[in-house]
Design a binder for this molecule. Structure first.
Ligand code: SAH
Length: 254
């Protein structure tokens, strides 16, 4: 059996900082404009890296984790825009199925189908979904976010008690900041909970290499005309804290 090495990708440099701080015996390796931080969390080998943004960047980063660092599992954290009206800023989405909303090779194949894989959705396996959802629920139930994020900051973003949603995540090389983009996606793929720019690309590479993956996203915006508001402030004050807490909890039950 392959040695257990957990790859951890974060879509925000601020998130990575908090996760790197969890590593003991940290060693840095720079390759292809990315810095990989290797060490242990709770005695388990881990490699942490900023994914960079978009499908190509994220796919390249995860491929390096697989080929150069021999990871056996992959955890991805980042922020996303809400598509389902049920989601509020600060809620957490765990991807059960990932789809590339900008994949369209019609008429050669159906819309959204990934060429040569005969697949439209990439699925996270039951075991890793269960581990991630248990860890996220523990973070929510123990109110550990309230311990690391000030009440004032939570109020600023109207966050009281975050909820966990498990379902479809759509990824593509577009930042959703217009009502029209959101409405189009909702009409085309009504089950999608949230939209981002990396998850389904990472899921595709993991599927091809048979690496189990968990894609975890904190809702930062409503993926509409209001999407640009307070983005940097949200990352700094909220989502970077979420990432470290969630990762810490996952390593407790791995
Ligand atoms: N930090 C930059 C923007 C980052 S790019 C800034 O300050 O302007 C956007 C990142 O957030 C990507 O990782 C993407 O996956 C995610 N994301 C958050 N909201 C999104 C939205 N509405 N549409 C697409 N991606 C979104």
């Amino acid at each position: 059996m392959k040695n257990r090495v957990i790859g951890i990708m974060g879509a925000m440099p601020e998130e990575i900082e908090g996760v790197v701080a969890l590593l003991s015996n940290c060693v840095e390796t720079t390759m292809g404009q990315r810095t990989y931080f290797s060490g242990q969390i709770n005695g388990i080998e881990a490699v942490v890296v900023f994914s960079r943004w978009g499908k190509v960047a994220a796919a390249t980063t995860v491929t390096t984790l697989i080929q150069q660092f021999n990871i056996s599992e992959l955890l991805f954290t980042g922020v996303a825009g809400a598509i389902s009206p049920e989601l509020k800023i600060g809620d957490i989405v765990l991807g059960k199925r990932l789809i590339q909303h900008d994949m369209d090779a019609r008429p050669l194949m159906a819309q959204y189908e990934i060429p040569l894989l005969s697949k439209t959705y990439l699925e996270s396996d039951e075991t890793h979904l269960a581990i991630a959802s248990k860890a996220i629920n523990a973070v929510i139930e123990n109110r550990s976010l309230h311990a690391v994020i000030g009440e004032q900051e939570l109020l600023e973003f109207n966050i009281s008690q975050p909820n966990l949603f498990i379902g479809d995540i759509a990824s593509g090389d577009q930042f959703f900041s217009k009502n029209e983009q959101k409405e189009n996606l909702k009409a085309q793929l009504p089950n999608v909970l949230c939209v981002e720019m990396e998850g389904a690309a990472v899921a595709q590479v993991c599927y091809e290499y048979k690496i189990p993956f968990s894609i975890i996203r904190t809702i930062s915006d409503a993926a509409d005309d209001s999407a640009h508001i307070d983005f940097p402030s949200f990352i700094k004050k909220i989502s970077s804290k979420y990432a470290a807490e969630i990762i810490k909890n996952i390593f407790k039950i791995l």
